[in-house]
Design a protein around this ligand. Structure first.
Ligand code: GDP
Ligand code: IMO
Ligand code: MG
Length: 422
């Protein structure tokens, strides 16, 4: 398998968790490299559903090492809860999980500021997950962040936290919000720090030792290409580099040690939160929501839905260097009579075959569609390429071709076995 980066090629929730779980069979190590507990990665094993937020999805398989890399922002209280929740479901979490000592912390003032800024933005809000992600990465860039290495050093943590709460309370007061109690935050975070101490290590050194042993690493992307802080639909994005480049900076494994990039995409398009979504369409949204699908794994919000956008996935292939694609949720289109695929955008007299950088322009773009006849047959029981209806194969081939990468995996249901290797 070698070192593989798996990224979301759309707006997040592409089914990365499911595909990571499938691919982990051949990996030794799974590394999360970006984002925080804004992510929600769903894995089904049998009838049991697991939703991972910070812990890599590889944790569900035995004898796999899971690493939370330096590029991730960690809410320590949330991480402790997640570990406890997994253990309650019988998942072993012990020396199979390692957390980078240089990963930054999400603190209660980050969450509070996230919420306050959204209110201030009014109708221009981003629709964040309110997990404090933006303010936490902001502090990292401003060089005032606290890291895991601080959390597990009681004296240093107390000193730094006291200063940060003092400053942030000034800001919160100015915004009309309630200031935080240092004592309360300190007690809560120290308790979480004590629980997490055994997991904290120098993950860069550890990953390089593992590579020298010949271990295969799978890098688990969070969010999606168009939520990337540089390459997404700014400002309607998250605050990290979710694209393939983030795997190197967020883990300390250099670009020339990466062997392959897998892009995960749904057979249609979804987005949670605000911002442009050129192929958004009420008919497909009603259909999917009516089936009980496309509700957010982290916030429970209904996801916005639209047709497959090959302009976006082609762009994603370019910025991530996607070699192979995994198309998920094919079964979501099983009942559709005529399926549309966006092949270009029209904006006034201009025609785009790439994603324009200005979010306003993108929001005004009209999709140019080509139509495919639906197969109108259930696909969830297909296990081989030839089991799929001919019209479904034609559709998959066309979207892979328009995306410009090799079709490698097709997913026809949430379970491990509902996976077709092409
Ligand atoms: P992630 O954030 O990319 O890991 O994706 P989420 O877990 O947030 O959302 C993907 C949703 O699609 C989850 O509910 C998965 O269980 C589900 N899913 C993934 N692949 C398939 C598939 O091929 N068919 C169906 N029906 N559901 C799928
Ligand atoms: P996974 O890993 C889908 C979206 C939010 C919002 C924007 C900014 O499960 O694919 P943030 O809280 O990060 O400041 O929110 O990004 N968002 C996601 N959408 N899947 C995710 O993660 C997301 N993580 C953040 O809805 O629009
Ligand atoms: Mg998700």
């Amino acid at each position: 398998m070698a070192n593989t980066i798996l990224v979301g090629a759309q707006w997040g929730d592409e089914g990365k968790g499911k595909i990571i779980d499938v691919l982990t069979e051949d990996a030794d190590i799974v590394v999360r490299y970006a984002g925080g507990n804004n992510a929600g990665h769903t894995v089904f094993i049998g009838k049991q559903k697991y939703v991972l937020h910070l812990v890599p999805s590889g944790i569900l398989r035995k004898n796999k090492l899971c690493v939370i890399g330096n590029g991730v922002v960690i809410d320590p209280v949330g991480l402790v809860d997640e570990i406890k929740g997994l253990r309650k479901l019988g998942v072993q979490v012990g020396d199979n999980l390692i957390v980078s000592e240089t990963a930054h912390l999400v603190l209660p003032y980050h969450r509070e500021l996230d919420a306050q800024r959204e209110v201030l933005k009014g109708k221009n809000k981003i629709g964040t997950t309110k997990r404090g992600i933006g303010p936490a990465y902001g502090d990292k860039a401003a060089r005032v962040g606290l890291r895991m290495i601080d959390l597990v050093n009681p004296e240093r943590f107390e000193e730094k936290l006291r200063l940060r709460i003092k400053e942030n309370n000034e800001v919160l007061r100015a915004l009309g919000a309630k200031p935080l109690s240092f004592k309360q935050v300190h007690a809560e975070y120290r308790a979480a720090g004590n629980c997490l101490k055994p997991f904290v290590a120098n993950t860069v050194v550890l990953l390089h030792q593992a590579m020298r042993r010949g271990d295969n690493i799978l890098f688990e992307g969070a969010q999606g290409t168009f939520l990337d802080i540089d390459h997404g639909t700014y400002p309607f994005v998250t605050s990290s580099n979710t694209t393939a480049g983030g795997a190197s900076t967020g883990s300390g494994v250099a670009p020339n040690k990466m062997d392959e990039v897998v892009g995960v995409m749904k057979a249609y398009t979804t987005r949670v939160g605000e911002g442009p979504l050129p192929t958004e369409n009420a008919e497909i949204a009603d259909l999917l929501h009516g089936m009980g699908r496309e509700f957010g794994a982290t916030t429970g919000r209904a996801r916005r839905c639209g047709w497959f956008d090959s302009v976006a996935t082609r762009h994603a292939t370019m910025v991530n260097g996607i070699d192979e694609i995994a198309v998920t949720n094919l079964d979501g289109l099983d009942t559709v009579e005529t399926i549309k695929v966006c092949v270009a955008y029209r904006h006034g007299k201009a025609r785009y075959d790439f994603v324009p950088n200005d979010a306003q322009t993108l929001a005004e773009c009209e999709p140019v569609y080509v139509e495919f006849a639906g197969w109108r047959t259930p696909t969830d029981k297909a296990r081989k390429w030839k089991d799929l209806p001919a019209k479904a194969r034609a559709y998959l081939k066309a979207i892979a071709e328009s995306t410009g990468a090799k079709l490698a995996i097709v997913s026809v249901g949430p379970s491990r076995d509902q996976t077709i290797f092409v």
